[in-house]
Design a protein around this ligand. Structure first.
Ligand code: AMP
Length: 236
């Protein structure tokens, strides 16, 4: 199963991606996360990407596209959920070309819709677990609120210390990321429109202004319905 995740930064698509990954045993390929890994490891790619990331700009395609293509080629048999890529129409076209060469199709596209100001508030409230970045923590959500230990907020799952992403606390960088997301000509919305118009994948649009489990239920039930249709078509 191959899924593309769309949604403005702060819409909760990473959290939903983790839930879907766990449900179907998929790889969760997050372009932003791969970049952060490179930055932490001090690789050449990480050093080149850092200035763009700090400013909230897109890392150039000549660095990003091969990096994502490599992750897709290495991914597990059951499939993947791709999060953070494509972020522009050019990347969407490059992805379709790569998938054509790999002889695979996208099955589902989910798109979390959320008001820009609300997304911004959510970005600033998220906290990153130092032990496992798949442990969601957020100071504005009761269900994933960090817990207090010795007067400090720590990860609600494992008690690890928490940090904030640098680009999550810089309002200019957040605005820039959102400008790119909502740009329907060249930005991420252009990629979403490209997929709506050019791809047979089932399109799942959900309202992001709800609780995490409501949104997950919504997406998962659409996927289940899509899988049932595929089975019916296959076996009659
Ligand atoms: P994210 O974790 O998805 O918010 O990504 C963090 C940052 O990584 C973005 O603001 C970009 O600078 C960079 N980045 C992630 N994905 C891409 C992409 N598909 N194309 C270009 N830059 C990206």
């Amino acid at each position: 199963m191959r899924i593309l995740a769309f949604g403005p930064n702060g819409s909760g698509k990473g959290t939903q991606g983790t839930i879907i990954r766990d449900r179907y045993g998929l790889d969760h390929i997050e372009s932003g996360e791969i970049f952060r890994h490179h930055i932490k490891a001090g690789t050449e790619l990480g050093m080149k990407a850092k200035t763009y990331i700090d400013a909230g700009n897109l890392v150039p395609d000549e660095l990003t596209i091969p990096m994502v293509a490599e992750a897709l080629a290495k991914s597990n048999e059951r499939g993947w959920i791709l999060d953070g890529f494509p972020r522009s129409k050019a990347q969407a076209e490059a992805l379709q070309e790569t998938l054509r060469e790999m002889k695979i199709d996208v099955d589902y596209i989910f798109e979390i819709e959320l008001d820009r100001e609300e997304a911004k508030k959510r970005i600033m409230g998220r906290r990153i677990c130092s032990i496992n970045n798949n442990h969601p923590n957020h100071i504005a959500f009761e269900t994933i609120h960090p817990v207090e230990k010795d007067g400090e907020l720590v990860c609600r799952v494992c008690g690890g210390s928490l940090s904030m992403r640098e680009d999550d606390q810089d309002q200019d960088a957040i605005n820039q990321r959102h400008d790119i997301y909502y740009d329907e000509d060249k930005g991420t919305m252009a990629a979403v429109i490209y997929y709506r118009e050019n791809c047979d994948a089932r399109n799942i649009r959900v309202d992001g202004d709800r609780g995490i489990s409501d949104i997950a239920e919504n997406i998962l039930s659409e996927i289940e319905e899509g899988e049932a249709i595929k089975l019916r078509l296959k076996f009659g």
